[in-house]
Design a protein. Structure first.
Length: 231
């Protein structure tokens, strides 16, 4: 895994340069990339999103958003709508980061609370909530929403494929047979129950989605501007 992670990091650094050039935005997104890679791989390996990364990353994200504001527009729109004036650029970036952090963390926290109320067990750790607070501080509201939308979609598709793969491969077959002999359920029903209980690291998919939003977002914007608006 080590050389693959190093290779991925190097490729993302090159991609960051190609997307943003030698600009302050490159510094911001390189820092964000490093934080996300650490969280993504750690969650994949040990199902943990360390506070040692999330909380300092949150503070750094707000600082860098004040320096390089997210391409969001939420604070700009709200300022013109309600106070009829735009705050200084650094304050716009800081507020956009705070709104993105609050939205991302509260949305996941609400989803986790609802899942626990409906299912009677935890379906998401608070590490995911803290991770999205950190990511939102960099991304702002719109990109944070896209990250959560894309991350949950990836998690659902990949998770469904893994569950089906575990079921058809006979995963935990011996355990299901023992439970079936004790009249705890049908063999196929028990196999499906065991496969469906397999836990996937949501933080990993959120991290992948965040990188896709950061690196493919500018490409998508340029494509739309070139082929749809101008052509």
């Amino acid at each position: 895994m080590y050389p693959l992670v190093e290779l991925l990091t190097g490729l993302l650094f090159v991609g960051c340069y190609l997307d943003f050039g030698l600009t302050p935005a490159t510094v911001k997104w390189l820092v964000f990339t490093c934080l996300i890679i650490v969280l993504t791989i750690t969650d994949l390996r040990v199902r943990l999103l360390p506070d040692l990364i999330n909380w300092p990353g949150f503070v750094v994200g707000l600082f860098l958003s004040a320096w390089v504001p997210p391409q969001d527009g939420t604070v700009f729109f709200l300022s013109l709508s309600f106070v009829h004036r735009v705050p200084p650029r650094y304050l716009v970036g800081l507020l956009d980061g705070l709104i993105g952090a609050a939205f991302g963390s509260l949305l996941l926290w609400g989803a986790a609370a609802m899942y626990k109320a409906l299912r009677g067990r935890d379906g998401m750790g608070l590490g995911d909530v803290k991770m999205m607070a950190m990511a939102g501080a960099f991304l702002g509201l719109r990109a944070t929403f896209l990250t959560i939308l894309l991350g949950t979609l990836l998690g659902s598709v990949v998770g469904g494929a893994i569950i089906l793969g575990l079921y058809f491969s006979g995963w935990q077959l011996a355990l299901a047979e023992r439970a079936s002999r004790r009249n705890l359920g049908t063999l196929n029903g028990l196999r499906w129950m065991l496969a469906s209980q397999y836990q996937l690291p949501l933080g990993t998919f959120l991290g992948i989605a965040a990188l896709l939003v950061v690196y493919l977002g500018p490409l998508a914007t340029r494509y739309v501007a070139t082929h749809l608006l101008l052509g």
